[in-house]
Design a protein around this ligand. Sequence first.
Ligand SMILES: *Cc1c(COP(=O)(O)O)cnc(C)c1O
Length: 389
Amino acid sequence: MNTTTDTLPQRLLLGSGPSPVPEQVLAALALPTLGHLDPAFGEVMDEVGDLLRAAFVTENRVAFPISGTGSAGMEAMVANLVEPGERVVCGVHGLFGERMADELARHGAEVVRVEAEWGRAIDPQALIDAVQADAAPAALFVVHGETSTGVAQPLDGLADAIHDRGGLLLIDCVTSLTGHPLRLDEAGVDAAFSGSQKCLNAPPGLAPLTVGPRALEKLAARRTRVPSWYFDLNLILAYVDGEGGRTYHHTAPTNMIVALREALRIAVQDEWLATRWERHRRAHEALRDAFEVLGMPRLAPADEALHPLLAVRVPDGIDEAAVRRTLLLEHDIEISGGLGPLAGKIWRIGVMGVGAQREPQEALITAVAAELGQGADDALAALQAGYAA
Ligand SMILES: *Cc1c(COP(=O)(O)O)cnc(C)c1O
């Protein structure tokens, strides 16, 4: 029997996700598989809950990973907290806001879109105005970190506005969790989802979700059944909550959850959350300075930049897709291209977890400069100055 596994290339993952997975997390993934009802695994689930509360900065009782990628977190949130016929104000300033609007409409919600051009944040006042123009919106949704454009959405005033109308504040923090300042309880967020493969540096496949007391009340008061069996929180919580023992719902992806625990320990225990946020900010700005020297300025204005994702404009005359392909196949470095209206116009570079450090960024800058036929020295000096600052 052939016991060797296939070999795969080792890439430096500096795109929009997945991000680099540390050896420690890969080693946790490879630990012996446990059953989902094993008490030893129950302890892992409990610890993951505690670590997620620390990452989200919340006291919500409900904090656990949905089995599925980030989009499964989005779908679970909508399936549980929005009912057919309800109106939801949805911020759209990139691909993921667009995806949420689609998700909401598929669940029968009436979507009230508040838009901004791709590459800019939405004016919070425009969101507040839309909420206040409605007698009883069920929810206000925004993408906190728009990965398609590298923009961070301010949440100022949103919670008060939607709570005054009796609705919920829902957010997507797939890319921002542990990489950009975000305190859920302080911001008044009622439910949020994330993904394992962005700043958390775990492999793709889990969507951390947290649901606060207001949202749980809404769930309990539903007029209609949750339309998804797989994502029905009423059923899942009988397993996750653990009070009175765990009841089987679906087989938890145990190895992935053990890996996520390790990734969360690194993020919120080995490194203090505020230190981690500051490290991402510094790494983002150093890399922005270096790309500016290469003639590729940042898309987002300074006060709207999302630290874990740097989007830079690609100058006319460069076949950006060809350069990205060469970076991947000849330098083993992955970065991402633009989406939607920004396709062919920008590059999206992940500054996520262990990717938010000088060494991987030096490798990227060196490779990009070589492919563009430029010297790398000035850009590398700018990068280093950013770290020295
Ligand atoms: C990556 C991402 C998602 C979707 O996550 P998948 O893991 O690809 O399903 C949703 N929202 C944002 C902001 C993301 O960056």
